[in-house]
Write a protein that binds this ligand. Structure first.
Ligand code: ADP
Ligand code: MG
Length: 377
């Protein structure tokens, strides 16, 4: 056991209320930092269980907060006792710890499941292609991780610096001899906008990396598209009056799809089509059409007459973080591509001319039973 833990255990027996309280907080910090070796968790846990019955409620409350990361069975005795406490603050803290704890357990479980899956894939790779393949795969994965971390950092900084600037301006506006409420509100509003963007980027990042279990069913393409259109109208809200959507999709077409994911892909594409009209005078017209081409596929096109893209923008549009919009995140198309190509085995392409508009072409697989039917003479 380290000297630091010995000292902590000694402090946890102190008679001085303030010192005891500090020691409990310190125990929580060490547990959170994973700085308590497994061998010492039992002793520390037992000490905290005793303190869960301490005469002072402040100490008991501190214990309720400290045990959140205690990885020892004594956690259960401590929390059971604290949940029955006479003091409402102690009970509240214990309830919070319990809620947080179940979240932590879920995250741990998921992480462990992912790691097992990855290890299994690497072992299979090694069995088929030799040890070199395993090393190479790990190297590629590391490189990708580096790229993602670097790009994410860059994107966050791009929002954090102006956010910082807004707060500094607010600070100096508040420090002036005459405080102008209007100016201050302006700085607060831009700080809020930037914070919202930051949180949108983080949510998109999480959605993009989320592992989904595919749940494929026979879906009616028209129904899925109508739902995506409905969601778009709701999002655009009061501004929806200037929105003209033309849907030409045969209601008989069935596709093999993971409905919820495909909806997300179409939503992202439609959102871009609406945003393509930002800053233009045109009526916001979007045409969605689908045709089966006599093969196993259906081709869906989404066409707008918005701002269009230069060749450069179009060639980068599927890259993560690629955006030309002041509040864009650059996740819409990469996510749509991942859903359509990787998850559905389809394809997505863009054709666009700057100043004239864009057509997004999505190819999907027709539902199996329908495919067979159509193949019959
Ligand atoms: N319909 C469209 N019309 C014009 N440009 C588009 C269209 N769809 C996508 N783009 C371009 O592709 C970029 C990436 O789109 P996306 O990944 O959805 O990110 P975001 O919408 O957050 O910018 C957009 O910033 C825009 O430049
Ligand atoms: Mg988008």
């Amino acid at each position: 056991m380290t000297e630091r833990i010995f000292e902590l255990l000694r402090a946890l027996s102190s008679d001085d209320r303030r010192a005891l309280w500090d020691a409990v907080e310190q125990a929580g910090d060490l547990l959170r930092e994973e700085a308590v070796p497994e061998a010492a968790q039992g002793e520390l846990g037992d000490r905290l269980v005793q303190l869960a019955a301490h005469g002072q409620w402040e100490v008991r409350k501190a214990v309720a907060e400290a045990v959140v990361e205690l990885r020892h069975e004594s956690f259960h005795s401590a929390i059971a006792r604290l949940l029955e406490d006479d003091n409402p603050w102690v009970v509240q803290a214990a309830q919070r710890t319990l809620a947080r704890r179940s979240e932590l357990t879920r995250t741990d479980l998921l992480k462990a499941r992912h790691e097992t899956l990855l290890r299994r894939q690497l072992t299979a790779l090694e069995a088929t292609h030799g040890a070199g393949a395993r090393v190479a795969a790990l190297r590629v994965a590391e490189k990708y991780t580096e790229i993602i971390v670097r790009e994410t950092f860059h994107e966050f900084i791009k929002v954090i610096s102006p956010l910082d600037a807004s707060l500094r301006k607010l600070d100096s506006a508040l420090g002036g001899s005459r405080i102008d409420a209007e100016t201050c509100r302006g700085h607060v509003e831009s700080a809020k906008r930037r914070l919202r963007l930051l949180s949108a980027i983080m949510t998109s990042l999480r959605d993009f990396t989320k592992d989904v279990t595919p749940e494929f069913c026979a879906e009616n393409l028209r129904v899925v598209i109508d739902e995506a259109v409905g969601m778009l109208r709701d999002r655009v809200g009061t501004g929806a009056s200037g929105l003209e959507l033309e849907v030409e999709v045969d209601p008989a077409i069935l596709i093999d799809a993971h409905r919820h994911r495909l909806l997300q892909a179409f939503s992202n594409i439609l959102q871009n089509a609406v945003e393509a009209y930002d800053g233009t005078e045109h009526a916001r017209r979007i045409a969605i059409a689908a045709r089966t081409d006599g093969t196993e596929h259906v081709v869906v096109t989404i066409t707008d007459q918005g701002c269009g893209m230069s060749d450069q923008v179009r060639s980068e549009a599927f890259e993560l973080f690629a955006t030309v919009k002041p509040t864009g995140t650059g996740f819409g198309l990469p996510l749509a591509q991942k859903i359509i190509e990787q998850e559905h085995g389809g394809s997505i392409d863009l054709s666009s001319r700057k100043g004239e508009g864009t057509t997004v072409k999505v190819v999907l697989n027709i539902e199996q039973a329908q495919r067979k039917q159509e193949a019959q003479p």
